[in-house]
Design a protein around this ligand. Structure first.
Ligand SMILES: [Zn+2]
Length: 113
């Protein structure tokens, strides 16, 4: 592996919350606008971007570790209200698969003696 043109095929970024590397498409780009951290799902806003999973858990982690201001190279805390709202809205309903899984689990508990 000489690392040739790998970045072109599958760009990866690190989530500032859980620090896991993920495909750029799976992460939400955020940028600092004034003292606010705003979501940039289309990647069109200018400036430095920080990437985080569109997940409240990762956002909370990022906030607790002050990872966003650090990643975005800004002083002081950033308001993540808008970002939090965006993440909450983009939360998709549970796929039917996991609902079935949970149902199965309940059945097993019922059978258990
Ligand atoms: Zn994450």
């Amino acid at each position: 592996m000489s690392g040739r043109t790998r970045a072109r095929a599958c760009p990866e970024r690190t989530c500032v919350g859980c620090r896991t590397r993920a495909a750029k498409d799976d992460l939400l780009r955020t940028v600092a606008v004034g003292d606010e951290c705003v979501p940039d799902p289309r990647g069109t806003l200018p400036g430095r971007g920080a990437y985080v999973h569109p997940d409240e858990a990762c956002l909370d982690l990022a906030v607790r570790r002050r990872a966003l201001p650090r990643a975005l190279r800004v002083q002081g805390p950033l308001d993540v209200g808008g970002l939090r709202e965006w993440v909450g809205q983009c939360k998709t309903p549970l796929p039917s698969e996991s609902t079935a899984e949970r149902h199965e689990e309940q059945e097993q508990q019922g059978i258990a003696r």
